[in-house]
Write a protein that binds this ligand. Structure first.
Ligand code: SF4
Ligand code: SF4
Length: 71
């Protein structure tokens, strides 16, 4: 199965949470910290589980997430 990891540009995030609901592996969760805008952003709790499906990146309205594919 493909593997990858999400690269999240936290300063561009508006905290809508769509990426978290879109992840089939349920490995994205809201940060406890905020970015400089005072917004909570997604963090990946278990990169080993990422299947590089790109659902999180695709659903994000602000193109905050890039998926780095790994072998
Ligand atoms: S690429 Fe898929 S599995 Fe990986 S964090 Fe995004 S939605 Fe979850
Ligand atoms: S979908 Fe995009 S803007 Fe919304 S919480 Fe996720 S990364 Fe942030």
């Amino acid at each position: 199965m493909a593997k990858g990891r999400p690269e999240i540009s936290v300063e561009k995030c508006k905290g809508c949470g769509l990426c978290i609901t879109a992840c089939p592996k349920k490995i994205l969760e809201m940060s406890k910290e905020t970015n400089t805008q005072g917004v909570h952003y997604p963090v990946c709790s278990n990169e080993d589980q990422c299947i590089a499906c790109t659902f999180c990146a695709t659903i994000c309205p602000d193109m905050v997430i890039d998926i780095i594919k790994e072998d």
